[in-house]
Design a protein around this ligand. Structure first.
Ligand code: 5GP
Ligand code: MN
Length: 342
């Protein structure tokens, strides 16, 4: 049995909306990851099972290693179909905001979501949700939004309606947001939920292979290259990996090729903090990804130095300036946070 986690009031409130709704739009954050797509499609499969007209819209493309996910071909990318997406958002009865806590995280889509007369519900696990939804289901103690989606569907009384396809999407989000259950994953209920998802017929071993063992040769070589270029700051138990636009060209980089790279330096013994700086080739800025182990608050570092935020152990931000400048800022940051990096 699962503990309740989500309060009864938002469940009842959403159930009312749900029963009346015909058209439901699910939106998730920019550069969608496994949990963004997993939670969105988990909801989408459920809504479809109840004969709702449901659509998933994300601000931009998602990585290739998520394209096998059932329903992913029906996801609309706002950067390609803004006009159609605007119409869907405007005509929706309900908008579900999944896996983000601030309108800023959906970029150019924010205006259309904000302007829509639809009822809005937030389902998310990032700390400090902003106030843009009537119903807020926000649980930072839960390791993935996909897990929250499972809990929500069950609490609404629809466990039996979860299909194998929906279960696969939910499992994928739970798996990717916990590094295949290697962080944020000590809650025993996670494994109860996995057993319930397995009872729907998913093949979790195959899902792992489809998500993680799909490197192209160039992506694999890029990984090796990035690692040989890695900088380590032994006194700070910190590491830095970088990727410039020029290097991206050299390795025929496509979006998503560096997904997960930021985690790799944490495989070094006693490493506490890892940072990945990647030049964005579409906008003149540097994307910052941070990962930490234990109690080191990389979200604080992201907020203070890189205009970002996120979770205690996984956060990110942006930097406008050159790669060299961004490296200096990171080095300044780890000096400032030195007492926490012992
Ligand atoms: P990633 O490193 O995978 O891009 O992001 C890890 C986590 O950091 C995300 O789940 C999100 O919570 C947070 N994050 C990433 N980029 C940003 C950003 O630019 N701003 C904020 N506030 N959070 C971010
Ligand atoms: Mn998530």
């Amino acid at each position: 049995m699962l503990t309740k986690v989500i309060d009864q009031a938002p469940i009842d409130h959403f159930t009312k909306w749900f029963n009346r709704a015909e058209k439901i739009v699910i939106v998730s954050h920019t550069s969608p990851d496994g949990d963004a797509i997993g939670s969105s499609l988990g909801l989408w499969h459920f809504f479809n099972s109840q004969e709702k007209v449901a659509n998933v819209i994300v601000p931009n493309a998602f990585p290739d290693f998520l394209r096998w996910m059932p329903g992913s071909k029906d996801i609309l990318c706002y950067d390609r179909y803004a006009e159609f997406a605007d119409k869907l958002l405007q005509e929706a009865d309900v908008i579900c905001c999944a896996d983000f806590n601030s309108l800023k995280r959906i970029d150019r889509m924010a205006a259309a979501v904000e302007a829509s007369p639809a009822r809005k519900i937030l389902i998310d696990h990032h700390p400090y949700p902003e106030d843009f939804c009537r119903i807020v289901i926000s649980h930072p103690e839960i390791s993935s939004t996909s897990e929250l989606v499972f809990r929500l569907i069950c609490r609404m009384g629809y466990f039996n309606e979860i299909t194998r396809q929906g279960a696969a999407c939910i499992y994928t989000g739970m798996m990717t947001d916990t590094g295949s259950f290697t962080f944020n994953s000590n809650n025993p209920e996670i494994y109860y939920i996995i057993s319930q998802l397995l009872s729907k017929g998913i093949d979790k071993d195959e899902i792992y292979r489809k998500v993680y063992n799909t490197y192209s040769e160039s992506r694999f070589r890029l990984m090796g290259y990035v690692l040989t270029q890695m900088k380590v700051y032994p006194e700070r138990h910190a590491a830095l990996i970088t990727l410039t636009g020029e290097e991206q060209k050299r390795f025929s980089y496509i979006r998503g090729d560096s997904e997960g790279f930021v985690n790799m330096p944490l495989s070094i013994r006693n490493m506490r903090l890892s940072c990945f700086l990647r030049e964005d080739t579409e906008r003149p800025m540097i994307k910052v990804s941070l990962r930490s182990t234990g109690k080191f608050p990389c979200n604080q570092l992201a907020a203070e130095f890189f205009n970002g935020g996120g979770h205690l152990n996984a956060s990110g931000g942006e930097f406008s300036g050159t790669m060299e400048e961004a490296i200096r800022v990171y080095e300044k940051a780890i000096e400032k946070f030195a007492p926490l990096l012992k």
